[in-house]
Design a protein. Sequence first.
Length: 106
Amino acid sequence: MTTHDNKTNKRDPAARISLVQGVLRRWDPVGVQPGRFAPAEEYDNYAPQIVSMVEEGCSADALVAHLEHLSVNTMGVDSNLRASTKFAAEILRTLCPQSSWTTSKG
């Protein structure tokens, strides 16, 4: 795949969702190790909304808050602000590599 093809794919909505799904599989707030102890697509359904948030220009802090909400309120696990911050930054770098993202949470 050429560099041009890679850039084009990153703009394709399905490709962007797939990129975020890959990050969410490593995020794994429940600790089920998708693909090992749970279906590989355990967190995939959260990716489209996350891509939409980023495309609409959400802040890094808003993305951290969204991941925390998913963890605590949707999945019922304890907050892990450190992990949410790390993976929010990874998502933003993945979708918008030319931008520098920072959060107020560290």
